[in-house]
Design a protein around this ligand. Structure first.
Ligand SMILES: Nc1ncnc2c1ncn2[C@@H]1O[C@H](COP(=O)(O)OP(=O)(O)OP(=O)(O)O)[C@@H](O)[C@H]1O
Length: 537
């Protein structure tokens, strides 16, 4: 019986690979007729259903070698016309004796090579989270920070850490079996941690500090070799990090900094046990003996609990902007649709956006494949990213989207969280998410770093009414026009029952007594519906 299942599985696996190839080659209607396409999609669906039960092939993927030339390392975003508006964002720092904020990068007293790297990255002026975060971290304080999407959180923690490591002249012992990094950075998704690594690599360029990244979907042997070549800053997704520690490749004796980025997402994705295992790993310095930094877009009760457990009692709390609020540089529009009209509406919309980079969010992996195939058929160069695609395909999809070869990227939420891709002008919520935090994160893929962007959401009254109130609140707080029909839905009574506000959400430090309760902003704790068995890390 087992053998029959294995054969069956192999056939289905083989067919699914063929379908995926056809999809990625953008096979169009002329080459493959519609009925064949339908059969192909059914096969793919069957494969996706049975795949979780199979052990799957051994992972052998090795990512392409990164270019070493300066132009590639320092390729960056141009800051947008609204970059200076960041200065008007409300900032709240609480806790005892916070250090003074800095106003310029010069005041950060960065060492020469780091200063040069910051300038080559095109950074002229720090963003608010950097102005406040850098001195707090440099002063050795633990930090819990909440700041809006695209506002420069990564550099806020990387710069002071790298500065300290460079000032202390750390250098990784090359070609040693066991590496003992001074800093560990954890983030929930492969793409996000890779992005953080690229930023670290950029700022550490030409210095002795060596960052390394580890995440799922890539050959473990390859990553072990990368670590053994020297590792000062280890960036990783939770599972792979624990794996490397468990295999004795990474020791924690020298650890000075522990950074948990997108902490709320890590909890939503069920990584709390992994986080607790990490801080309880043998050799992990106690919280008194390490500096712990947590970044989160929201500050619900479970994050406060984690902050209390992981951070020193005198940690500082930094809130930049409306926590959980949308970036006002994104123009948000809503179109009332029915489930059956969405596809045609999407096509109409994409015809107006032309070659501008557009991310289309859908709820499920199946839907992502289906919509991407549909768009390719309609001659819109499209690629897709979700947890069922192999790592090689995920990285290729991002590369094709970045380069503009495929200006449309269809994605599930989890795969696209935290992505920082230049020139994403549009975000389309083909399916609205079922919680408001997710909505804010998705639309934050555009309008980054002072640039303007546009988000269009398809609102299906049959499916999305529970989100209406939170949407109205987000729109009003971001000074956007609220359509009257959306307001009607929001206050129709239907909206309330299904969308209980998340308790204890505070945009200020809960140790002050949670003075500001922003109930309207929240929906269910984000046990992500779209998460449907995605493989994140
Ligand atoms: N001071 C600065 N000047 C110019 N560009 C900056 C500055 N700080 C950050 N950036 C750039 O802005 C972009 C967004 O930064 P980053 O990804 O750190 O944002 P984020 O706050 O982590 O966003 P998200 O919450 O969506 O993950 C990056 O491309 C980064 O290099």
């Amino acid at each position: 019986m087992g053998t029959i299942i294995k054969h069956y599985e192999r056939v289905i696996y083989f067919m699914s690979v063929v379908v995926k190839c056809l999809v990625s080659l953008q096979v169009t209607e002329e080459k493959m007729n519609r009925s064949l396409l339908k059969v192909a999609i059914v096969v793919l669906n069957i494969y996706q259903t049975i795949q979780p039960f199979s052990l799957g092939p051994k992972i052998t993927y090795i990512p392409p070698t990164l270019p070493e030339d300066e132009d590639a390392v320092f390729a960056h975003y141009e800051t947008g016309i609204n970059f200076d508006k960041y200065d008007d964002i409300m900032v709240d720092v609480s806790g005892t004796n916070p250090p003074e904020a800095l106003m310029t990068f010069d005041e950060a007293m960065l060492c020469e090579s780091l200063r040069k790297n910051v300038s080559k990255s095109g950074y002229v002026k720090p963003t608010p989270v950097q102005k406040h975060g850098i001195p707090i971290i440099s002063a050795g304080r633990d930090l819990m920070a909440c700041a809006q999407t695209g506002s420069g959180k990564t550099a806020a923690f990387l710069l002071p850490i790298l500065q300290q490591l460079m000032a202390d002249g750390v250098a990784a012992s090359r070609f040693s079996e066991l590496q003992e990094p001074e800093a560990i950075i954890v983030a929930p998704t492969r793409e996000l941690i890779n992005q953080i690594y690229l930023e670290a690599r950029k700022f550490a360029f030409g210095t002795c500090v060596r960052p390394v990244v580890v995440y799922g979907g890539v050959s473990t042997g390859y990553q072990i070799r990368e670590i053994s070549r020297g590792c000062n800053v280890l960036c990783g997704t939770p599972g792979r990090l624990l794996d490397m520690i468990g295999r004795g490749k990474v020791g924690l004796q020298k650890l000075r900094y522990l950074v948990l980025d997108e902490a709320d997402r890590m909890l939503d994705m069920g990584f709390e046990p992994d986080m607790r295992r990490l801080v309880g790993s043998p050799g992990m310095p106690s919280k008194e003996d390490r500096q712990t930094l947590m970044f989160s877009a929201t500050y619900p009760e479970d994050i406060q609990r984690m902050a209390a457990d992981f951070l020193k009692t005198d940690y500082l709390f930094l809130a930049v902007g409306v926590v959980g609020g949308a970036c006002s540089d994104v123009e948000q529009t809503f179109i009332e649709v029915t489930k059956f009209s969405k596809r045609e509406q999407l096509l109409d919309l994409l015809k107006t956006t032309g070659t501008e980079r557009t991310m289309v969010f859908v709820e499920t992996k199946r839907q992502a494949d289906f919509i991407a195939t549909f768009l390719c058929q309609e001659k819109v160069p499209t690629t897709s990213i979700h947890g069922d695609r192999e790592q090689r395909e995920r990285e290729q999809a991002l590369a094709d989207f970045r380069s503009g070869k495929c200006p449309v990227l269809v994605a599930t939420s989890v795969a696209a969280r935290g992505l920082d891709i230049p020139d994403v002008q549009h975000v389309v919520n083909f399916d609205l998410p079922n919680n408001i935090d997710e909505y804010v994160h998705r639309i934050g893929r555009t309008g980054r770093c002072g640039n303007v962007g546009r988000a269009v959401s398809f609102y299906d009254p049959d499916a999305d009414v529970q989100l209406a109130r939170s949407l109205v609140t987000v729109l009003s707080k971001a000074q956007q026009v609220v359509p009257s029909w959306l307001e009607e839905h929001a206050f129709s009574g239907l909206s309330t029952g299904f969308n209980p506000p998340r308790k204890n959400f505070a945009s200020t430090d809960s140790r002050k007594g949670g003075s500001f309760q922003d109930n309207m902003m929240k929906s269910q704790p984000a046990a992500l519906a779209a998460a449907d068995e995605e493989e994140w890390e």
